[in-house]
Write a protein that binds this ligand. Structure first.
Ligand code: BJW
Length: 249
């Protein structure tokens, strides 16, 4: 007789393989097994140690740009030293076999580094800088994680900042349009490693459900979404995809 874990993996594999359009949305938990802290939760999470509005809002940057810059440079060095885990690699491999639209709230770039070709990065990219003045439009790769805070080399009128989406800022219109279109059309929606507290991302599962999609959550802890999904896999994502990868080969 198959053990419970094996049955779960076989069911998940079958669900993925028979999906006509699969949407996967990931959050910070998918990178937890790569050693990157989540935002909410245990005592190592960012928002249990730091004030989100000081570090992740335009107001916080205006108040203390050096504080914000230093925090992001520290995070860049952490992410630069981290490696993708089985969940990142498994999702990249899955996209070779099924029509998969991958949405991430993560800014760490680990899905790309694991080989995912198309990733809708809702909250931007940690490893890029842009001018704080939105009408300037200057962007550059953030290569030197010890580089000082500088004014924009193009317009000279504002500081460079990380190319991420802070609280109160709009996500790119194209990322929202693409995500909403994909979630409206999918038959299976999988939420992995997100607390489902931050909008608009947290609303995509409801859009998928309203269109009749099956909702699956992979997260060791209960979230704002748990009571609404059809199937909860209360396990770490890396562990689930480690098992799934052996079936995908
Ligand atoms: C594991 C695991 C393992 C652990 N395996 N799982 C509607 C209603 C209410 C409020 C709003 C609303 N619309 C907009 C708002 C305001 C706001 C918002 O949502 N606030 C809520 C907090 C209440 N949203 C915005 O401001 C957004 N902008 C916007 O909507 O513009 C228009 C507008 C503005 C204002 C008002 C109305 C409209 C922008 C949001 C930007 C979020 N930015 C951040 C920082 C990005 C840059 C950076 O990285 O520094 O994005 S905040 C942070 O939260 C980050 C994340 O992407 C985001 C989501 O976090 P996530 O991924 O869910 O992580 P955690 O830590 O919360 O959860 C981790 C999970 O993993 C846990 O569940 C663990 O159990 C699990 N886990 N190990 C699997 N191994």
């Amino acid at each position: 007789m198959l053990k419970t874990q094996e049955k779960m993996l076989m069911n998940l594999y079958d669900t993925f393989m028979t999906a006509k359009r699969l949407v996967v949305m990931t959050g910070a938990g998918v990178s937890a097994e790569s050693g990157i802290a989540t935002f909410r939760g245990d005592q190592d999470s960012y928002w249990s140690r730091f004030d989100p509005y000081q570090l992740a809002s335009a107001e916080g940057f205006i108040e203390a740009p050096q504080r914000v810059w230093d925090w992001y440079q520290w995070r860049r060095s952490q992410v630069g030293a981290a490696q993708p885990n089985a969940a990142h690699y498994g999702l990249a491999e899955l996209a070779q076999s099924v029509p998969l639209f991958l949405i991430t709230q993560n800014v760490d770039g680990l899905h790309h580094r694991a080989g995912s070709q198309q990733v809708c990065e809702l909250h931007g990219r940690l490893m890029m800088n842009r001018c704080f003045n939105p009408s300037c439009g200057y962007r550059e790769d953030a290569i030197d994680f010890s580089a000082p805070l500088i004014t924009c080399p193009r317009c000279q009128s504002a500081y460079l900042r990380p190319d991420v989406v802070w609280f109160g800022e709009s996500l790119s219109a194209s990322s929202i349009q693409q995500s909403e279109a994909a979630t409206t059309e999918c038959d299976v929606f999988v939420s992995i490693g997100t607390s489902a507290q931050v909008y608009p991302a947290a609303g995509f599962a409801q859009i998928a459900a309203a269109s009749g999609a099956q909702l699956i959550e992979i997260n060791p802890e209960a979230t704002a979404l748990t009571s609404q999904v059809d199937w909860v896999i209360a396990e770490p994502a890396g562990k689930v995809f480690e098992g799934l990868r052996s079936l995908l080969k």
